[in-house]
Structure formats: C-alpha cells, structure tokens
Design a protein around this ligand. Structure first.
Ligand code: NAP
Length: 509
C-alpha cells in the first residue's frame, strides 16, 4: 500500500443472490480519510428479492453436509485473506481505525470462520439425543425418540459500526448462521459500506468456487432506515442477529415482536461493564489498576461494547490513589478519531449529560472535535448513582465514571442496582476472596461474563465465551453473539418419533 493509488475502488452496488445491482438513489460514504464513494441506497424491493432467493437457497443449503459447509466457511476465510490489503485500506479509510487494528480484526474474522468449520465438523453442537423404544413398557410402550438441532432458515444480520470485519458482513453472526445451514441477508452498515462490499465480494467468490446456491448470501447497503425495517419484518426471515445501539436495537426488536409471526431478535446492545476494585487489591496496587483502567477505557477511542465505563472503588486515600492514577493516565491520552461524526456527536452529548448533573464531580473534562474524542472522567457516590438512572446509560467512547462506596455492603447494594451487562469485572487479591464471594452471586445475575484481575475489552472467540447478558446488554439472555455457542441462535430442536432410519436427516441417521 503506497497510500496514493487505491487498491480497491467500490462500485457501490448491492449483492443480491450473486448479482451486483444498482438503484437510482445514492448515498455517500463518510470516510475518516481517503476518497468519498457513492453507494446505491437499499430498498424494500431488494430486501424482498434477497429474502426470496435466501428461502430458495435454503432448500439445498440447509440440507448440505457439515463437511460441505465447513469447506465453504474455509473458502470464505481464504477469499478474505486474498483481499487482505485492500480490505485494510478501505477499512481504515472508512472507520479511522488504525491499520494494525484492521489487520488484527481480519485475523479474528478468518479465525472465527475456521473455528466454526471445525465446530460443525465435530458435530456435538447438534446435541443429538436418542431415547430407545421400549415396546414392552407397561402400561404403555414408549416409541423411539430422536432429537437433533436443525437450521431455522434465512437469517438477517446487522453488522456493527465498531467491528467492520469481525462483527459485520462476514462476522460472527454470518459465520454462525452459515455454519448452522442458514442463508444470510446482511444489512450493510452505512459507516463502512466499501468494506462491506469487498467482503461480500469475497463471500461471492467462495459461493462460486464451492458451488453453493447463490441466494445463500446477499448484502443490501443501507442509506435508508426502511431497509432494516423491511428486512426484520420480511415473512421469510426467521431470526435476526444485530450488534449496535440500544435505541436502534430496541426499535428493530419491537418490530420483530409485532410481526404476525414474531421471530427472535438477537440484539447485542450497549453496556457500561462495571468494574469493582476490592479493598485488598486497592491497597496493594490501586494506582496500577487505575492506570490499566485508563488504557482499557481509551482503547479504540472507547468504542468497544465491553468498554469498562464504570469503576467502583472505596472512599479514602487508597481509593484516591486509584482515581488519581486513572486521571493522570487519561490526561495524557491524545484525542482519537471516531468511527463516524454521528458517534462523535453522541459522545459529546453523553459528556454534556454528565456535565449537567450536580451530583457528579468532574475529574477531567476535555473538548472533543467533530469526529474525535478525548477522555473525560467523573466521580459520584453510590447513593447518587442509584438515584440517577441516566448515570448508568452507556456513553460510547472514552468516558469513565468512578463510583465511590463506603464499604462492602454499599458495593453489594450498588451491584444489585446495575442493569444487565455484557461484563462485570472484579479486581481482587487473596484477602478479597470473601468480598468476591458476596459479589459473585449478584454479578452473575447481571452479566454474561464475569472476570477477575483483567479488563473486559478483548473478547476471546472460543467455546466458553459468552458475549451477551440480561437486557439491555442483549435482547435474549440465553444467547451469545461470540464463540461457538452462538450457533445455537440459528438452530431449532426437532424431535423425530418412530421415523425410520432411511428417512431421518443425515445428522441423525
Ligand atoms: P446503531 O446506530 O444501532 O446501528 C446498527 C445498525 O442498525 C445499522 O445498520 C443501522 O442502520 C441500523 N439501525 C439503527 N437504528 C435503526 C432503526 N431505527 N431502523 C432501522 N435500522 C436501524 O449502532 P452503531 O452506531 O452501529 O453502534 C454503536 C453502538 O453499538 C454502541 O452503543 C455500542 O455499545 C453498541 N455495540 C454493541 C456491541 C455488542 O456486542 N453488544 C458491539 C458493538 C457496538 P444505518 O446503517 O442506517 O445507521
């Protein structure tokens, strides 16, 4: 990449079942750097075309072997890698994220596709259960009963602005759905339409080389909110995977619930990810934890759903050392480019919300630019936090709130007052074990992932990961959007009673 001649210039079309289609209306990309490109605006007619093609494709794709789908997922990963440099170029331009981040995220995306390939090859996700027939049972015989997880049909996916690769066009939701056997219709994120286009091109190439039905994947660019609304309401869509804001997610969730046939909406939404610094850890290394917190809070300009926006720490000199170290580290952090001007504007509005509150003390306040964010830090106490619901609302960006507590009882009361979270963190030493034992039963009711002595930014893609949690962290607390368990969102258990072996699905026969 020499930075002068672009490797990839998007044509701005939608990919509908193997055809690149343009519409008349256009919207412009808003790149942080590099040229502005024009993209076709999506329409409900395109949604209809894509969903019908997805349903047609399901009758073959949904019945392919696990090995066939595993090879297809691996081919997508290979095609993404073949376009690696071009993806990094357009991705950095559109999002303002650094090159290294785009490269790392590409590795995570292809790793995720290959992990799902391995996962379906192993087959244990099918959760096969067999109850043998008991013909002589009294007073009634028992028939043979077999259960297996089956794919649910076409799935809609909404990518995230902050993970243009790993949570977008070929991200975790798409990988999980395709692995399950479900065709996917992606609503492209308007913050990175060119990145979406080149990744869609990689998927189209894999469809071609693997001989998959073309309708197994479509990408419809946005530029119009009607696209997303039509997609979640389309009668042929069976479930939705969404990563984004609470407001956007809730609006689409409500549409799913209001359908004539309601469907599950798996929304991964916002979270403030509280971090509890327990007394012995505060005493032993409060300043070190405070500095680490500042690093986690400012990583990627704070644009992580797992950003630990709230730290809970005791009053007194030891807690002060934690706060002062965090403040000093945040003061040194330079402003960073944000994903879009809209997200930067929402960050400034979030800061204004804190500035306007008497019960909140500013520890560090900064001015942010039209598309950049500098860190801000505030402090309050447990009583004020519990009274003011707005303090618990996520500010997407590098804004931290310290909540000071007088002791463990107040910490537990505060923990009980939190809404559902993606994560909750404990910083603890051995001497904090009893306090941690009191907090854990509360935190496990609040969060999808509870961690100790680390920071929640950085979500491992693996078998045991849970990236979800009680509302408003997600709209479905039984699910995760990261890790192999996420495939369960796109499967449905079916019981086969006395069905002869010759007729059973391949995975049961
Ligand atoms: P967003 O504004 O909710 O957008 C997400 C997607 O939904 C976009 O495609 C958007 O379309 C569409 N959309 C939003 N509202 C809609 C509506 N009313 N009707 C139809 N479509 C609608 O979220 P974002 O700006 O991308 O991301 C920032 C937020 O996402 C933050 O709050 C962050 O915490 C959260 N997030 C959560 C996770 C997680 O895993 N839980 C991960 C990343 C981010 P357009 O393209 O037209 O805008």
């Amino acid at each position: 990449m020499d930075g002068t001649t672009p490797i990839f210039t998007p044509h701005g079309k939608h990919l509908i079942a193997g055809e690149w289609i343009a519409t008349e209306a256009e919207f412009s990309s808003e790149p942080a750097t590099g040229p502005v490109h024009a993209f076709s605006v999506g329409t409900p007619e395109l949604v209809d075309q894509a969903c019908k093609a997805a349903e047609d494709a399901f009758w073959t794709y949904g019945y392919t072997s696990r090995e066939t789908r595993a090879k297809f997922l691996e081919a997508i990963a290979d095609e993404i890698e073949a376009r690696g440099e071009a993806i990094t170029e357009i991705g950095t331009q559109e999002t303002g994220l650094p090159e290294a981040r785009l490269q790392g995220e590409r590795g995570r995306t292809t790793g995720q596709l290959r992990l799902f390939a391995e996962h379906i090859r192993k087959g244990d996700y099918l959760d096969v259960r067999v109850d043998a027939a008991l013909p002589d049972r009294q007073p009634l015989p028992r028939p043979e009963l077999r259960m297996v997880q089956r794919p649910i049909g076409p799935v809609a996916v909404f990518g995230a602005s902050n993970f243009p690769l790993a949570f977008s066009t070929a991200g975790g939701d798409t990988a999980a759905a395709l692995a399950a056997g479900c065709p996917v219709v992606v609503k492209g994120h308007s913050a990175h339409p060119g990145t979406g286009e080149i990744v869609a091109e990689a998927i189209a190439a894999a469809i071609e080389s693997c001989g998959m039905p073309k309708g197994v994947f479509s990408l419809i660019q946005g530029g119009n909110r009607q696209v997303g609304q039509a997609l979640v309401q389309h009668p042929l869509i069976n479930a939705v995977g969404f990563t984004g804001s609470l407001g956007g997610g809730r609006a689409l969730f409500d549409l799913c619930a209001q359908r004539e046939v309601p469907i599950p909406f798996f929304g991964e939404l916002g979270s403030v990810n509280p971090m509890f610094v327990l007394p012995a850890a505060t005493k032993a290394r409060g300043a070190e934890i405070g500095t680490g917190w500042a690093g986690s809070l400012t990583m990627g300009a704070g644009q992580f759903c797992t950003n630990p926006g709230i730290a809970v720490v005791g009053t007194g000199a030891e807690g002060d050392a934690f706060v002062e170290a965090a403040r000093a580290a945040l003061e040194k952090a330079a402003p960073q480019t944000m994903l879009t001007e809209g997200i930067a504007g929402a960050y400034r509005a979030g800061k204004d919300r804190f500035d306007g509150r008497n019960a909140v003390r500013p520890l560090l306040t900064t001015e942010s630019g039209p598309r950049s964010a500098a860190p801000n830090l505030y402090e309050t106490d447990a009583a004020n936090y519990l009274q003011d619901h707005a303090l618990g609302e996520e500010v997407f960006g590098p804004l931290g709130l310290v909540v000071r507590v007088s002791g463990l009882d107040e910490m537990v009361t505060l923990a009980k007052g939190f809404e559902g979270q993606l994560t909750a963190t404990l910083h603890m030493d051995d001497a904090d074990a009893e306090a941690a034992r009191r907090l854990l039963p509360v935190l496990e009711r609040k969060a999808g992932r509870v961690l100790a002595n680390g920071f929640p930014t950085g979500v491992e893609v693996c078998d045991a990961m849970v990236h979800g949690g009680p509302y408003p962290a997600s709209t479905n607390f039984g699910a995760t959007s990261v890790g192999t368990l996420s495939i369960r969102r796109f499967l449905r258990p079916v019981c086969y009673q006395n069905i002869p072996g010759a007729v059973l699905p391949e995975d049961l026969a």
